[in-house]
Design a protein around this ligand. Structure first.
Ligand SMILES: NC(=O)c1ccc[n+]([C@@H]2O[C@H](COP(=O)([O-])OP(=O)(O)OC[C@H]3O[C@@H](n4cnc5c(N)ncnc54)[C@H](OP(=O)(O)O)[C@@H]3O)[C@@H](O)[C@H]2O)c1
Length: 324
């Protein structure tokens, strides 16, 4: 059962589980499914808001994934906390009603670490950090709820920004998080980054992320926390260059350091999109050995997924229109 399985990441997870022979149910408010059976439900409601017949049907569920809620860095406290915090709490309660549950996986974000200082690993969650936005805080609360229910078999998998063409067949959604910067860059506008973006971006592609979640279900992860990013560790600058390549555009990346706090205050006016204004410096110091907590073999990110991301936006411009 994949809660939020009709979304960008959730649909890739549904496809990977389906291909591996699982009987897949996808729960979301729309009830849409791009692999498996779609079920209408809302994580904010008791028992996911499922009617009695559907509740009876899901009693055979053995594995559950939490991958619901928007990744918008600009969402307000209502949206971010209702879904990520209260929704996770209520989804955890729902797990208690599944008599055959073997393993659940909560999809978290490296951004739950907010502005953590010093080296962080999979062990830390609260390091005294501040949060740049409600999304980060919502993901922090969600992970906190999971960690605070030691009686349930729920593991945590953290990802940084996930890229690659949309597994549902459309173009990548550029209204939220890092992809919101792409139309701006592709149109030739500048962004300001410390060290011109020569710091880790912690990105990965959507299918290797989905395979990691599947691995966490099957391995199983138990109550551990894993973090996954492309082991090649592309810098933010490399990400922007590769995404822009199919457009024949060289991204205009300017040094942010001398501008310091001004970039954050007047980010947009100075050419930095709102989504990036708070992320102009290295995001946190992750221990590079963190990947070793994931048993090998590791999935291999789709070759050329960064350029394919830009390519899919180019296709969208030709077909359905993208306002770059
Ligand atoms: N994309 C990334 O870069 C990234 C990175 C790290 C972590 N994550 C985490 O991965 C998860 C999914 O991200 P995504 O990019 O796939 O987002 P997405 O494309 O917006 O998908 C969100 C999914 O959640 C469902 N949903 C939203 N509110 C719901 C509710 N109240 N009840 C049930 N389902 C609900 C949506 O369907 P309906 O709207 O139809 O309900 C959709 O299926 C999020 O938890 C996010 O924090 C994503």
């Amino acid at each position: 059962m994949i809660l939020g399985g009709s979304g960008y990441l959730g649909s890739a997870i549904a496809q990977v589980c389906d291909r591996a022979g699982a009987q897949v149910r996808v729960v979301s408010r729309s009830g849409e499914a791009f692999a498996g059976e779609g079920v209408r439900g809302d994580v904010r409601m008791p028992r996911l808001g499922l009617p009695p017949a559907a509740l009876k049907q899901v009693q055979d569920t053995t594995h559950v994934v939490f991958t619901f809620g928007s990744v918008s860095w600009t969402s307000g406290p209502g949206q971010a906390l209702e879904t990520h915090s209260a929704g996770t709490k209520s989804a955890l309660e729902f797990l208690r009603q599944l008599p055959n549950l073997e393993q659940a996986v909560h999809v978290s974000s490296l951004l739950a670490l907010g502005r953590s200082e010093g080296r962080v690993t999979n062990r830390e969650l609260y390091t005294g950090q501040k949060f740049r936005n409600w999304y980060e805080y919502g993901k922090y609360c969600a992970e906190r709820h999971v960690r605070d229910t030691p009686d349930l078999p729920v593991g945590i998998v953290r990802f940084g920004p996930i890229l690659g063409p949309d597994p549902r067949g459309g173009r990548l959604d550029t209204t939220h998080s890092l992809p919101a910067v792409f139309p701006h860059l592709l149109a030739g506008y500048p962004v300001h980054l410390a060290g011109r973006g020569d710091f880790p971006s912690w990105v990965t592609d959507v299918y290797s992320a989905a395979e990691i979640v599947h691995k966490a279900l099957r391995n199983p992860i138990g109550r551990d926390t894993w973090s996954w990013f492309d082991p090649a560790k592309p810098t933010l600058r490399e990400v922007f260059e590769e995404v822009c390549r199919p457009w024949g555009t060289v991204p205009k990346i300017l040094e942010a350091k001398p501008l310091g706090r001004l970039v954050k205050l007047f980010g947009e006016r100075m050419g930095t999109p709102a989504e990036l204004a708070e992320y102009t410096d290295p995001w946190f110091d992750l221990d590079p050995a963190i990947l070793d907590d994931i048993p090998r073999p590791w999935p291999i990110p789709e070759p050329g997924y960064l350029a394919a991301t830009g390519q899919s936006l180019l296709g969208a411009r030709a077909g359905r229109g993208i306002s770059a």
